[in-house]
Write a protein that binds this ligand. Structure first.
Ligand code: PEP
Length: 252
């Protein structure tokens, strides 16, 4: 059975103290829940990773990074390597977020190399992709998503897929308050699973968790999560408040 996952991407929000406070509140929230086959992940900014990891120690909450550099080490001022993330005890990294693609020029080829570097360092990859509004309006959304998944991941050997989580995040729904309908999410997730099956096999397609991201909030989480191919969510804005994130965890 594939895992259900609720992951919070805190982006460039919260100081160290604020991050620890939120992590502590979430620790209390999850301690009152029975989470069967469900993972809870938070992704604070780089400088707060250690503080948050220490805060959630002993709870089920996992900590992930929001990005990493593709090189092992070297003259890349301001960057962070996979080995460094592993070195502070992390096991997961988000790659390919639409903000990284749009504002930092991360294209498919670069992301494929980041995926390789992460896997080489035994980091699980939460790989994000999703179409823009024009793509959906013009009916090109399956092509766009299909090529992002293929170009970023289909060079991998089958055995690598146990460390891959997919996150479908339509760009038009991120931080806009506009959510894909549960049906739109289901349709795309089923499509993604079908192309993974075609490239690999049904075992991999059935076992990879596919998260939906884009304005998930307490009011819509349950409906979106009820769809058979939606295995949880990658949450932005609503991950910044423990009441909201807690309600979304409960929805799964
Ligand atoms: C995100 O950035 O990954 C995201 C889904 O953001 P939001 O929930 O705010 O739309």
């Amino acid at each position: 059975m594939r895992s259900k996952i609720v992951a919070g991407n805190w982006k460039m929000n919260k100081t160290l103290n604020e991050s620890k406070e939120l992590a502590n509140e979430l620790k209390t929230v999850v301690s009152g829940l029975t989470l069967e086959n469900t993972r809870v992940i938070v992704a604070p900014t780089f400088v707060n990773l250690t503080g948050v990891s220490e805060t959630v120690e002993g709870s089920v909450i996992e900590v992930a990074a929001q990005n990493m550099h593709q090189a092992e080490s070297g003259a890349y001022t301001g960057e962070i390597s996979g080995e460094m993330l592993k070195g502070i005890g992390l096991n997961s990294v988000i790659l390919g977020h639409s903000e990284r693609r749009a504002y930092f020029g991360e294209d498919d080829a670069l992301l494929a190399s980041k995926v390789d570097a992460a896997l080489k360092n035994n980091l699980e990859v939460i790989f994000c992709f999703g179409e823009e509004l024009e793509d959906r309006k013009s009916g090109n959304h399956f092509n766009v998503v299909g090529s992002q998944v293929k170009n970023g991941l289909f060079h991998l050997e089958a055995s690598a897929w146990k460390n891959i989580v997919l996150a479908y995040e339509p760009v038009w729904a991120i931080g806009t308050g506009e959510t894909a309908s549960a049906e739109q999410a289901q349709e795309m997730h089923a499509f993604i699973r079908s192309i993974v099956e075609k490239q690999y096999d049904s075992g991999i397609a059935d076992s990879v968790s596919i998260l939906y991201g884009g304005s998930v909030k307490p009011a819509n989480a349950e409906e979106i999560f009820s769809k058979p191919d939606v295995d949880g969510g990658l949450i932005g804005g609503a991950a910044l408040k423990s009441e909201d994130f807690g309600a979304i965890i409960k929805a799964i």
